[in-house]
Ligand binder design. Structure first.
Ligand code: HEM
Ligand code: HEM
Length: 124
């Protein structure tokens, strides 16, 4: 097994995935995040997700352009936040879906029915 080639392939895959992830987060800002923020829905897990994604981007930036002296610590910070993001993002999605499902349940108060969707509830 050629470890150098394998590492290179992994970094290239990571680079593409990281660019896509930042594009998705950027795409969520004007609607998903702005609207949910306004009505304070799923706020804590959302804010935490946003912070984690921000830290990932920031530590990635430091890996590229930061001082060489700080590289080792930045590297471990980046890896730790990256691993954390694997739990934080699915947790946020789960929390959001659970909340929506609860509000759509038949026993929901009549005033709640129809208010569950971010799209219908928060037309800009
Ligand atoms: C980088 C940050 C974020 C990512 C990647 C993200 C991603 C997601 C995803 C994939 C879902 C599931 C959507 C579905 O099942 O249809 C979701 C649900 C949700 N998120 Fe976020 N989110 C982020 C930040 C936020 C923030 C900051 C807030 C609140 C201020 C928020 C509020 C919500 C709400 C309320 C739901 C439930 C959706 C609904 O009721 O229809 N999210 N999020
Ligand atoms: C928004 C998401 C992310 C961005 C923008 C990002 C950005 C970056 C950048 C710019 C580098 C430097 C690449 C290079 O030296 O050629 C890097 C390296 C790395 N990233 Fe990420 N990354 C993200 C997500 C993740 C995740 C989820 C993990 C998983 C734990 C991860 C693990 C790593 C590792 C192991 C390295 C190599 C560090 C080294 O040995 O120098 N990254 N990342």
């Amino acid at each position: 097994m050629n470890w150098f080639a394998a590492e290179h392939r992994l970094l290239v895959t990571h680079g593409v995935a990281a660019a896509l992830a930042l594009t998705v987060v950027g795409g969520l800002l004007p609607l998903h995040i702005r609207l949910a923020w306004r009505i304070r829905r799923n706020l804590w897990s959302g804010a935490f997700t946003l912070i984690i994604m921000g830290l990932l981007g920031l530590s990635g930036w430091f890996l590229y352009y930061g001082d060489e002296e700080w590289r080792e610590i930045t590297r471990w910070l980046h890896i730790a936040v990256g691993l954390l993001s694997c739990a934080v993002v699915p947790f946020h999605v789960w929390m959001g879906r659970r909340r929506s499902a609860k509000q759509q349940a038949p026993q929901a108060l009549p005033t709640q029915v129809g208010k569950e969707s971010l799209a219908t509830n928060c037309a800009p």
